[in-house]
Every structure is written in structure tokens, then in C-alpha cells.
Design a binder for this molecule. Structure first.
Ligand code: SF4
Ligand code: SF4
Length: 178
């Protein structure tokens, strides 16, 4: 019924860019966990976390794949934090047309972090020996209607761009992994 509230567990991963050393262990385990079959291969291009690296400037930014964006944004931001300048798009989580990050290499479909569904703790957090990633959970009340609408909009945008058949084929392939 419209307006009804339900409790939802919000899962977050806190990122400390100062602790990240760019080892990319998080990319390795994420791509292995999502390989088909599970753990059969490891390819960072399939990872739902990417580490934006610039060793010459001592910049390492772990970024999680977030929402799919139909269009690239027109204006972009540069950040200077503690005297370090971060490039445009460094902190952006979107799978968008202007870059290759967060796209499944075979199908081109966008990737999104699923918090390692089925695991008690995200694997990238477990594998980060530098403690740059910290997992947290909290409970929030949300309207049931809003959640469904968000899902509908996301699926519609994907189907418009890639075609329903391609998405169905990819989902079928993923469901064979276990
Ligand atoms: S595993 Fe940790 S330290 Fe290594 S790249 Fe990922 S976030 Fe950085
Ligand atoms: S939480 Fe899981 S799915 Fe998300 S980036 Fe980390 S390893 Fe990948």
C-alpha cells in the first residue's frame, strides 16, 4: 500500500584514501568472486571496485561501481584535498558513456557493486590488508513504493540502451555460475 514504511539495512563501505596503497587486491578478489564459474578467473576489468591510481602523485582512490548513467555529465569537478589535486571523474561511481570503468568487458553492460551478496562481509574489505576499507551497517525506514520505482527506472534505462534480449542473455549466463 502507498506510503507504507519498511525497515531496510543500509550497507556502506567507508573508504580511507590515505590508507590505500594501490595494491589492487580488492579488484582481484571482486573479479574472482563474480567470475563464471565463481573463482575460476580474475580480471580487474570485471571488478565492481576500481582503484584510480597515480603513483607519481601518490594518489590512490578506491571507487565502487554505482548507478548506471545514460548520459555523461556536462560539467565535471576537480578536487584538491590536503594539497593533492584529484582528476575529474576520480570519485565518480557511475558507469557512463565517457569512460571504460565499470563495464563488463564481453557484453559492455554496466557493472554494479552488490556488496558480495550472500557473504557475511564484502570480500574487498576482507582482502584489504591496509584497512583502507571498513564495512558498516545501519537500519533505516524507507517507503516501499520508492524502492520499486527506483528499480523500474533503472531497468527501463538499461533496456532502452542495450535491448531487453541482451540483458536477458546476460542474466541467464550469470545465473549459471553456481
Ligand atoms: S586492497 Fe585496500 S590498499 Fe589495496 S588497492 Fe584495494 S583499497 Fe587500496
Ligand atoms: S563489496 Fe563485493 S561486489 Fe562490491 S566491490 Fe567489494 S568485492 Fe566487489
Amino acid at each position: 500500500m502507498k506510503g507504507e514504511k519498511k525497515k531496510k539495512i543500509i550497507k556502506t563501505i567507508k573508504i580511507d584514501v590515505d590508507k590505500c596503497n594501490g595494491c589492487r587486491a580488492c579488484e582481484v578478489i571482486c573479479s574472482a568472486f563474480h567470475a563464471v564459474p565463481k573463482y575460476s578467473s580474475s580480471n580487474p576489468a570485471r571488478s565492481r571496485i576500481r582503484v584510480i591510481r597515480d603513483p607519481m602523485r601518490d594518489l590512490y582512490v578506491p571507487v565502487y561501481a554505482g548507478e548506471y548513467a545514460v548520459a555523461e555529465c556536462a560539467g565535471r569537478d576537480k578536487y584538491t584535498i590536503d594539497g593533492k589535486e584529484y582528476d575529474e571523474c576520480s570519485f565518480c561511481r557511475a558507469s557512463c558513456p565517457s569512460r571504460d570503468e565499470f563495464k563488463e568487458p564481453d557484453s559492455g553492460l554496466p557493472l554494479k557493486c552488490d556488496m558480495c551478496e550472500g557473504e557475511d562481509e564484502p570480500l574487498c574489505v576482507k582482502w584489504c590488508m591496509a584497512d583502507a576499507l571498513v564495512y558498516e551497517e545501519r537500519e533505516e525506514e524507507i517507503a516501499e513504493q520508492e524502492e520499486q520505482e527506483d528499480l523500474d527506472i533503472g531497468l527501463e534505462a538499461l533496456a532502452d540502451k542495450y535491448g531487453l534480449k541482451k540483458i536477458m542473455d546476460t542474466v541467464a549466463r550469470m545465473s549459471e555460475k553456481d
